[in-house]
Design a protein around this ligand. Structure first.
Ligand code: PMP
Length: 361
């Protein structure tokens, strides 16, 4: 192959500088994969059958995922124009940013948060404005509101925050949203909403139902609680003018008929879904309580993961977990995110966490 330095094609320097997307390591053997906030359960009843029934793979899917949009619209009491479906909520994040932020515009988000936010912002040449989390790993919404300038086009609020876990409360969100100019898009990224048990947490469906902030778009996914990460399907609910703009920036036909049918089949068995979510939330609470008992300061965990602030010892701590057959997600110099997985992984995580807690500063 020609040496990279000899390729004259002009790649945008900010794109060349982007690190490659780093996926959570795949587990081998009998290791537990706790690095990607996936659902440990098999697909919900009816999903396998729905996938088998989708035999016409020689045909393109319905470009607008109309059946699923109508179903979700009925669920949330909105029109189907006010629902947008795409290949994962990360696609919708990309589309919303492309639709609002041009070169030099600003996108505000908390940091540390979902690692896609920085690169999705760099792609259109926009500037990411990172507002540090508070001491207890929560969004600092007053600081985020103060960061707004006349170049701000979008603000992302991630609740529960990936990777640290706490939610934004409804009262905090209301105060915040009231301060944001109405021409700035607020993206409420609720990828983990179904797992939230904290009273008073913000709920995008209520924000939208009140209709007081038409600049808010709620983002949800079938990847986490619904267990369809491999099929790539997520959705947004919000004003049709904003979602039409997002649709215009998306790659057409990215949502497969398989993904749409699996999502519809999942929505048919919501009772089962709720039962599974309750199991995961209980496991999470047991894990967080156990970690606190052995001396870890674990932020309020409201998603399907817990956060260990391992600081400078992060990579060594991740190795200790890995050596014990637990694939976790390290963020060098900051901490480790551990997904709530199979029941048997809980005790194992606690044992390793106890063995390393003494080595920390
Ligand atoms: N938002 C947050 C906060 C996430 O953690 C993730 C996945 N890790 C996503 C969005 C994207 O999920 P998906 O594209 O699978 O819907």
């Amino acid at each position: 192959m020609t040496d990279a330095a000899d390729i004259p094609v002009r790649v945008r320097p900010e794109i060349a500088a982007l690190p490659a997307y780093k996926q959570g390591r795949q587990a081998s053997g009998d290791a537990f994969k706790l690095s990607s906030n996936e659902n440990p359960f098999d697909p919900l009843p009816g999903v396998a059958e729905a996938l088998r029934a989708e035999s016409a793979v020689n045909r393109y899917p319905d470009a607008t995922a109309r059946r699923l949009r109508e179903r979700l619209a009925a669920r949330f009491g909105v029109t189907s124009d006010e629902v947008h479906v795409a290949a994962g909520s990360v696609s919708i994040l990309s589309q919303l940013i492309l639709a609002t932020a041009a070169a030099g515009d600003e996108v505000i988000y908390a940091w540390r948060s979902f690692e896609a936010y920085p690169w999705l912002t760099v792609v259109p040449g926009a500037v990411g404005v990172q507002v540090p989390l508070t001491e207890d790993a929560r969004h600092d919404l007053p600081a985020m509101a103060s960061a707004v300038t006349d170049r701000t086009r979008a603000i992302i609020v991630c609740t529960p925050n990936n990777p640290t876990g706490p939610v934004v409360t409804q009262a905090e969100f209301d105060d915040f949203a009231a301060q944001i100019p109405s021409d700035v898009l607020i993206i409420l990224d609720e990828a983990y909403a179904e797992f939230v048990t904290a009273p008073g947490a913000v709920d995008g469906t209520l924000v939208l139902a009140r209709g007081t902030h038409p600049n808010v778009v709620m983002l949800r996914t079938f990847s986490k609680a619904w267990g369809l990460a491999g099929l790539r399907i997520g959705y947004a609910v919000g004003h049709s003018r904003i979602l039409d703009a997002a649709r215009s920036t998306g790659i057409p036909l990215s949502v497969t008929a398989h993904a749409e049918s699996a999502a519809l089949a999942s929505l048919d068995v919501e009772t089962e879904l709720r039962a599974r979510v309750a199991v995961i939330a209980e496991r999470r609470d047991r894990l967080a309580a156990g970690l606190r008992e052995i001396g870890w300061r674990v932020p309020d965990a409201q998603g399907n993961f817990v956060w260990l602030a391992t600081g400078d010892e992060t990579m060594a701590a991740a190795e200790a977990f890995e050596a014990a057959g637990l694939i976790v997600r390290p963020f060098a110099g900051e901490g480790i995110r551990i997904s709530v997985g199979e029941e048997e992984s809980v005790g194992k995580v606690l044992r390793i966490a106890e063995s390393i807690v003494g080595a920390l500063p």
